[in-house]
Design a protein around this ligand. Structure first.
Ligand code: NAP
Length: 271
């Protein structure tokens, strides 16, 4: 058994690799070519093998996945071609695929969520043995800012079901190694609904709303990434991103980790 993990050197990939290593499962980390730092980072996390492949290159992806028994498919964050990059993975002939989607991919107003819904549609139409995980934004995204002001370009009172990335990784590892998860889509939401204002209290900083036009002027992002994140902030402003923890509770066999506990852990040992 070898479980391949794409996007392995990223924030999500590192957490999933570590969770699989803890179970003693052989893993193959796929990292972007020309990134020696990524290769050593995934080896340090316990990846059994490391291979390079640009997800945009179908032949590189097929070679990198050859012989793998399952793939955990993490697409690059806010990528304009996510459906075609993932299509290269789905075409590679790995019999079992677990796709790292997002909570509420059906929201068309957020283009990078909608792109994940297109990937999920491709899975439904495939002959693969698939499972979909749909995590909310990670609690780990909440950090003490350098100027002690948690500044976001949407309402600081909008509510989110922030989820612990380590809980998500633990679910990923069990779904990849246990039987009985074929053709399931699991929403992974944290145990409470919190706003950025609530998170600022937990972090001991101030929350402040940034004008969205200022964000557009300030951000170094361009093109699809800027437009997709701008659309996401507009959606967050009106609706936040709410979810329900019952599914993750059942999958973990315990309550998911509270945001306060994730933040306390990060202050002791940065993740
Ligand atoms: N962050 C969240 O709160 C959250 C919540 C739910 C779902 N998600 C989803 O989780 C996924 C991963 O997010 P993340 O935060 O872990 O992102 P990340 O840290 O940026 O990791 C993405 C990884 O993909 C690699 N990559 C980029 N382009 C590539 C290419 N063409 N070929 C091969 N590898 C490539 C990157 O390589 P380099 O290291 O070389 O750049 C990076 O290691 C995204 O699809 C995101 O939508 C994230």
């Amino acid at each position: 058994m070898t479980i391949a993990v794409t996007g392995a050197a990223g924030k999500t990939g590192r957490a999933v690799l570590a969770a699989l290593a803890e179970l003693g499962v052989p893993t193959r980390a796929l990292v972007r070519p020309g990134r020696p730092g990524s290769t050593s980072a995934v080896a340090d996390l316990g990846a059994t093998e490391t291979v390079t492949a640009d997800l945009a290159d179908a032949s590189q992806v097929a070679a990198a996945l050859s012989g793998a028994s399952a793939a955990y498919v993490i697409a690059p964050n806010v990528h304009p071609d996510e459906p075609s990059l993932v299509a290269n993975v789905l075409a590679a002939g790995v019999p079992r695929v677990v796709y790292h989607s997002v909570l509420h991919p059906s929201v068309e107003a957020m283009p990078h969520h909608w792109a994940k819904a297109r990937v999920e549609e491709a899975l439904l139409a495939s002959d693969l043995d698939w499972t979909v995980l749909q995590p909310c934004a990670y609690a780990q995204n909440l950090r003490v800012p350098a100027d002690a002001v948690l500044r976001v370009p949407y309402s600081v009172d909008a509510r989110f079901a922030f989820v612990d990335l380590l809980d998500v990784a633990a679910v990923a590892a069990s779904v990849l190694t246990e039987p009985g998860h074929s053709y399931a889509s699991y929403q992974l939401a944290g145990p409470e609904l919190l706003s950025v204002a609530d998170a600022a209290v937990l972090l001991g900083v101030r929350a402040e709303r940034q004008n969205i036009n200022e964000w557009y002027l300030d951000t170094p992002l361009r093109g699809y990434a800027r437009d997709a994140l701008g659309a996401m902030f507009a959606y967050y402003d009106e609706h936040g991103l709410v979810g329900n923890p019952r599914v993750i509770t059942a999958l973990l066999g315990r309550a998911p980790t509270a945001v306060a506990d994730v933040l306390a852990r990060a202050s002791e040992r940065p993740e």
